[in-house]
Design a protein around this ligand. Sequence first.
Ligand SMILES: NC(=O)c1ccc[n+]([C@@H]2O[C@H](COP(=O)([O-])OP(=O)(O)OC[C@H]3O[C@@H](n4cnc5c(N)ncnc54)[C@H](OP(=O)(O)O)[C@@H]3O)[C@@H](O)[C@H]2O)c1
Length: 330
Amino acid sequence: MNQSEKIKWGIVGTGDIAHRFAQAVKTVPDAALVAVASRSREGAERFGGEFDIPRRFASYEEMAAFEGIDAAYIATPHALHTPNAILMLTQGKAVLSEKPMAVNLRALDQMIAAARENDLLLMEAMWGRVVPGTLKLLELVGQGIIGPVRGIQAVFSYDMRDEPGHHAFQLQYGGGSLLDVGCYCLHFASWFAGSPVAEIKAVADVGAANHVDEQCAVLLRHENGVLASLNSGMTLRRESDGFLFGDLGYIHMTRFYAPERITVHLYDGGVTEFLTPYRGNGFEEQILEFQRCLRAGKRESDFIPLTQSREMARQMDEIRRQTGVGYPQD
Ligand SMILES: NC(=O)c1ccc[n+]([C@@H]2O[C@H](COP(=O)([O-])OP(=O)(O)OC[C@H]3O[C@@H](n4cnc5c(N)ncnc54)[C@H](OP(=O)(O)O)[C@@H]3O)[C@@H](O)[C@H]2O)c1
């Protein structure tokens, strides 16, 4: 990669989140969106036309073989991240993969092995870790504003029963609320607990027909005694609230996983609000972080390291073991 040139991106998949990424990457300095790959010619042309992307590929394989990109962003259903990322890595492209990185730890380790064998950067698109709100939260907690964190609570639950055929309801694609949105709750807890998870207890409402967890509740006990209570769901609409509790007060966030408004409630009576807007649609910071790593020749991010993605995969494997949700890839 020539340091004086823009980083050239290709997108794999043309669905919802690919749109959000394309909007963001077009505003990031030093980034050029040069390619898109779809399973179909029509999909590639439609997306390419919408975002003025010069190279439009009618298969993922064709884009993998194209030498004109440095990095691929994987925006396909969860279970396809592993084969799609390995396809790109083995053809010399650094990879930013949507969350969760893989459907289980074994599949994630295959991606990591491909990145190491090809000496390339691999990062999970856990965008919320690097938005201004999370950085502010980490700073406030680090300053001891509520004292040491002792309790964590997070809910990420929506209702998409009107789309029963969606891949998020299908086992073969890594369906279920845990992988779709529960992963945000697990990441969030890990950022603030301050010690490793010692114990996991999980229950789930598993769909009788689809066999995925339509709702999932997880309790984590950390080695330092911090307890986290986490809920995910895809058949029940709830507010995406997050709380951090300490002896001196608590912090509340709406959309805890990437907050733009943080409210600190102190038990001595003070309430302080911090506004932490995104610079664009929220995806810019993860793109900037990925590009910083790429230009520095790093193989993983310090903010979203592969050890973090592995620990999340390990926890999700254990939660699914307890709730009886099994994937064909397990
Ligand atoms: N970071 C975030 O905030 C966020 C939010 C939502 C989703 N996500 C993640 O992004 C990934 C994609 O989610 P999405 O909501 O964008 O899904 P989506 O709208 O269904 O798009 C997925 C795309 O993947 C491609 N694809 C390849 N094989 C497919 C298959 N068998 N079935 C369906 N699509 C297939 C399709 O593009 P082509 O037909 O053009 O190949 C499709 O448009 C998921 O892993 C999800 O967890 C992240």
